[in-house]
Design a binder for this molecule. Structure first.
Ligand SMILES: Cc1ncc(COP(=O)(O)O)c(C=O)c1O
Length: 348
């Protein structure tokens, strides 16, 4: 009998729904490089309005939004201040160094959230021996911090310190809409503290491709040059932008279901001895199984054999992420697989 694999590897695994595919198939398209694709233009206008910015540019991926934003804000030899867990640092092939020629100055925040005082300590003195601090990055929600939400107060504090030192402020908002739905805080309120902010359509929002970077009209004009430089200027991109437009219309409010499911999973496994479960704030469940005498990697491999796919972070953390293809029944089944895998591990 074939057994369905439950895939909690990432919210990037979401499949476009049949309604989304139909909407994409009907999209009006044009030459995006010449800014003549009506669907891309509509998506950019809607994203800019959602984030309270003057303009936005559509890019093929979230990583490219970070590359373009960093390149637009900085000059070679400068430095970015960000948390040590940031996606920009770990999972973007050090493009900040290659594309922008900048270095990183990392902070040890609380699950990815750092303070104004930490930022202040890190800003470089005006000294010819050192790099120039020119940009700070906030990741909302924090991926390696288990989907933790930066509060408005924390954002206000760090960005006001950044302004005191003349730093530009950029938000990696890959999962900003998860923060918006979980906290009830409007996206514009989170975004207003930043010179640039982007959201990803291909994560919890469930579109197959794309992200949009927003900021002032002047910033976006400059960003367009680097979109071309990196090969991110497209042709009839409306076909994919339509998936993103559909997601903005239909898939924001339902993120609450993903958050409920993540909390449900954490609750269902909370009594299993040997699992150190991190607090759940949005759509991620992190736990450390090493008290069972195993590593995250070995435990993840056993889960996979038992029918549950997850990702592992370093030696210690197992990560599970909920999204629109994951039902409550799957969550119950996932919790049973975790329990069974713990029992197997203990009996070895
Ligand atoms: C916080 C964060 N930033 C950036 C990215 C990159 O997004 P993309 O996969 O669309 O390039 C990711 C992807 O997982 C992410 O989690």
């Amino acid at each position: 009998m074939s057994r369905e694999l439950i895939d909690l590897y990432s919210d990037t695994q979401s499949q476009p729904t049949s309604q989304m595919r139909e909407f994409m198939a009907r999209a009006s398209v044009g030459d995006e490089q010449q800014r003549l694709d009506p669907t891309v233009n509509e998506l950019c206008e809607k994203t800019a309005a959602l984030l309270g910015k003057e303009a936005a540019v559509f890019l093929p991926s979230g990583a490219m939004c970070n590359h373009v934003a960093i390149k637009t804000h900085t000059n070679p030899g400068e430095e970015i201040i960000l948390d040590k867990t940031a996606h920009v640092r770990h999972f973007e092939t050090n493009s900040y160094a290659v594309v922008s020629g900048v270095g990183l100055n990392t902070l040890s925040g609380d699950r990815g959230v750092y303070s104004g005082d930490q930022l202040k300590e890190a800003v470089r003195a005006n000294d010819n021996h050192m790099g120039i601090s020119s940009l700070m990055v906030v990741e909302q929600t924090t991926n390696l911090g288990a989907g933790k939400i930066w509060s408005l107060e924390q954002i206000s504090e760090v960005t006001s310190t950044a302004r005191d030192y003349g730093l530009k402020c950029h938000m990696d908002g890959a999962r900003l809409m998860n923060a918006v739905v979980a906290s009830g805080v409007d996206a514009k309120l989170y975004s207003r503290y930043f010179d640039s902010v982007w959201i990803d359509f291909s994560k919890g929002l469930g579109a197959p491709v794309g992200a949009a970077l927003a900021g002032s009209r002047e910033f976006i004009e400059k960003a367009w040059r680097y979109k071309h430089m990196l090969g991110g200027a497209m042709r009839q991109a409306g076909i994919i932008a339509a998936g993103a437009l559909y997601a903005l219309e239909h898939h924001i409010d339902r993120l609450a279901i993903d958050h409920e499911n993540a909390t449900m999973l954490a609750n269902l496994i909370s009594d299993i001895p040997g699992l150190d479960i991190w607090p759940v704030e949005t759509n991620m469940v992190y736990f450390d199984p090493t008290a069972l005498g195993t590593t995250a990697d070995a435990f993840g491999k056993k889960l996979l054999k038992n029918g549950l796919k997850c990702s592992t972070i370093g030696r210690q953390e197992v990560r599970m992420v909920t999204y629109l293809d994951i039902s409550k029944q799957m969550i119950i089944k996932a919790s049973e697989i975790i329990r069974q895998t713990v029992e197997e591990t203990l009996s070895e």
